[in-house]
Design a protein around this ligand. Sequence first.
Ligand SMILES: Nc1ncnc2c1ncn2[C@@H]1O[C@H](COP(=O)(O)OP(=O)(O)O)[C@@H](O)[C@H]1O
Ligand SMILES: [Mg+2]
Length: 411
Amino acid sequence: MSSHPTKFQRRQALSRVFTPATPVSRREAFSGRFEQISAIVTAVMEPGRHVVLYGERGVGKTSLANILSELLIGEGDSRRNFALRITCNAEDNFKSIWRRVFRLLEIEEPEEWQYGDPNPDDIRHLVAGLSPSRIIILDEYDRMDDDVTLSKMADTIKTFADAAIDTKLIIVGVADSIDALIGEHESIGRALQQVQMPRMSTRELLQVVTRGFSAADMTIQDDAVVRIAKLSEGLPSYAHLTALKAGSRAIDDDRSVVTLAHVQSAIADVLDTHILRSTYLKAIQSSRVDNLYAQVLVSCALATKDELGYFSAGAVREPLSRIMGRRYEIPAFAQHLKNFMEIDRGEVLQRRGPARSFRYRFRDPIMQPYALLAGIAAGIIPAEFESELFAPDPEVDWDALLRGLLDGDDQ
Ligand SMILES: Nc1ncnc2c1ncn2[C@@H]1O[C@H](COP(=O)(O)OP(=O)(O)O)[C@@H](O)[C@H]1O
Ligand SMILES: [Mg+2]
């Protein structure tokens, strides 16, 4: 690159580091996640232990799986494809999964497979012979819904563990708990290390953004990076998308320093290009100008939630009343909550629990920050409420946090 890169080149550099729609695949682009990495690495080294990595969509499971190979083998190690990953889908069955795994391993498929299905012991036999041993990652495991396959897979994990073979399985999927992913197979409990992938901490998000800009030869002001981290609600894809759009705004202005004003004007770009745009518009559409759909949805986004993202109708009351500037009781918006679960409103909410104490949540957690950003962009949230939402938390030492990131104290 010349010493004076063009705007086009600068934008290209930016879109190489901020990849909202693509999992990270290089170690340098990966931030944080030390706890999860260490739990996985420890389990993988323990004989007879396999791993299940689960969490919400978009928190970074595939990214972590992608860089495991690099993390587990030292530099200069010649083992190719030490960790290999396949992506499961709804049509998969036991045989199709192992076919893909063996194809990646460059192992010829036994002839018998043409006439019948392999069983867990056949798989163990083939895998036990692998030298060097490998890490086999089965991603998007939640997409498989064939009970026979799931139960054969559970038996396979147990067989692998009982025989203490060196090759390890890592099962990755979207789930609230491992029972939801693996089914209730008590006997494999010991054989499986459960690793939950939580949303990113503010610190991790700050790092994603600061490091990204530095890799693109740009910097971002403190209040601007803090704003991106807070808007993202722990979801790295928002941090990537907002940073990408804010950075582009700065490049448009011929600047290499990204400011809070760039972040604020980037919100509209984020909303316009986001994959959830049409679902959001569907959810709030109405022929009546005085309808409350957008207000209720942003209040859902602001409602206090439990660790699985569920909230009660009562928790929507508070933010909605602040937004509307007068007291709103549940009957005024109960129908809205119900409608949000319907197909013609994009099924943005789902609920569980008995009538009268329903608990709601966003079906796709990614919708939550979207509804909030859309509320901000539409001017639905009163300024005073908005500045409260983004006020730096008093218990966080932001200065120390940001200084620490620049010093690279944990890299
Ligand atoms: N540790 C990380 N550091 C930087 N960016 C990340 C990290 N983890 C995830 N991302 C980004 O977040 C987004 C979602 O990640 P992904 O791995 O696809 O999540 P999941 O598999 O859980 O749905 C992608 O844009 C990815 O680039
Ligand atoms: Mg994934």
